[in-house]
Design a protein around this ligand. Structure first.
Ligand code: ATP
Length: 261
C-alpha cells in the first residue's frame, strides 16, 4: 500500500467492496397463510432455501480517502450510501473485497444509539463515554456540547428525556456530542438535513474545523447545498455502484443533470 500520493496520507481504502444483506422470510410475511403455503410447497419440491433473500447493496466500490478531505456521498434512495458508511465503520461485513482504515472510524447517524428515556444531560455523558472520552474530559466539554446543540435555546430541555425532543433536536444533540471529539474518520449520515438552517451553518463550520484538525469526514446527504458547502470531493453511488468520484462541482453538476434535482 503506497503511504502517500503527492504527500497525502490515506485514511480509508475501499478495495472492490461488495456488501450483501440476507433477509429472512422475504415474500409473503412470516406468519401469513400464503407464506406458510409457499414454505410447504418449497419443502415438497425439496428446496433447501427457506426464503432467505439476498440484497446486493454495494457492488465493487473502490476509492481511497485522504487525511484532510471531506467527502460527500450522494445517490438516489436505496443506492447504498448508508450501507457503505456502515461497512467503513466496521459495522457490516463485506461479502468480498476489503476496507482498510487508519484509526477508528466513528459513524454518526440519525439513529446513533442514545437512550430516549434518559435526559439529554445523561446522554451527553453516555455518548461521550461511548466515544472513549473519560469523565473529566466530558465534564470539561459538557457546556460546549450543550451550547453547540442549541438544545437549551428555548428553555431547559437538556434536563428532559430525549424522547420529548423533536427529531431535529435529537439529531442536533447527537451531532454536537460526536463533533466534540477529534475523530480520525468521522462519518455523518443525514444529520445535517434535520437541523434548522442556523444549526446547519454551525455544523458545517464544525465539519470544516474537523477537517483542518486533520481528520477525514464523510457526509451522506440529500441536500446538494450541504454537500457543496462542506465537501471538496464527492462519490456518487447508484444501485450500489460507484458512478462517479471527483471534485464536488463536477459530480453534483452531473448528478443534477441526471436526476433533475
Ligand atoms: N438491514 C437491511 N436489510 C436488508 N436490506 C437492506 C438493509 N438496509 C438496507 N437495505 C437495502 O440495501 C440497499 C441500499 O440501502 P441504503 O440504506 O444503503 O441506501 P441509501 O443510499 O443510504 O438510501 P437513502 O438515501 O434512502 O437513505 C437498498 O436496496 C435497501 O433496501
Amino acid at each position: 500500500m503506497a503511504d502517500t500520493d503527492q504527500g497525502r496520507v490515506p485514511t480509508v481504502i475501499a478495495d472492490d467492496v461488495h456488501i450483501v444483506y440476507r433477509v429472512n422470510g422475504g415474500g409473503g410475511g412470516r406468519g401469513s397463510a400464503t407464506a406458510a403455503l409457499s414454505r410447504i410447497i418449497r419443502r415438497r419440491k425439496g428446496q433447501t432455501d427457506r426464503g432467505v433473500r439476498k440484497v446486493h447493496a454495494v457492488r465493487g466500490v473502490s476509492f481511497t480517502a485522504y487525511r484532510g478531505e471531506a467527502i460527500g456521498l450522494i445517490g438516489t434512495n436505496g443506492s447504498g450510501k448508508s450501507t457503505l458508511l456502515r461497512a467503513i465503520a466496521g459495522l457490516l461485513p463485506t461479502e468480498s473485497g476489503k476496507v482498510y482504515t487508519d484509526g477508528q472510524p466513528s459513524l454518526l447517524g440519525v439513529n446513533a444509539a442514545l437512550m430516549s428515556d434518559l435526559t439529554g444531560e445523561r446522554n451527553v455523558i453516555l455518548g461521550g463515554l461511548a466515544m472513549g472520552m473519560d469523565r473529566e474530559e466530558i465534564k470539561s466539554r459538557y457546556q460546549d456540547i450543550v451550547d453547540f446543540s442549541g438544545i437549551n435555546e428555548k428553555g431547559d430541555f437538556i434536563s428532559l428525556p430525549m424522547r420529548t425532543y423533536s427529531s431535529g433536536m435529537g439529531a442536533r444533540l447527537r451531532f454536537a456530542i460526536a463533533a466534540a471529539k477529534q475523530h480520525d474518520v468521522l462519518m455523518i449520515d443525514e444529520a445535517l438535513a434535520t437541523g434548522d438552517r442556523k444549526f446547519q451553518i454551525r455544523s458545517e463550520a464544525r465539519i470544516r474545523e474537523l477537517r483542518k484538525e486533520a481528520g477525514t469526514v464523510f457526509l451522506v446527504s440529500h441536500s446538494n447545498k450541504s454537500i457543496r458547502d462542506t465537501c471538496d470531493r464527492v462519490l456518487w453511488l447508484e444501485k450500489g455502484e460507484l458512478l462517479m468520484d471527483g471534485p464536488t462541482d463536477e459530480v453534483i453538476a452531473a448528478y443534477e443533470r441526471e436526476t433533475g434535482k
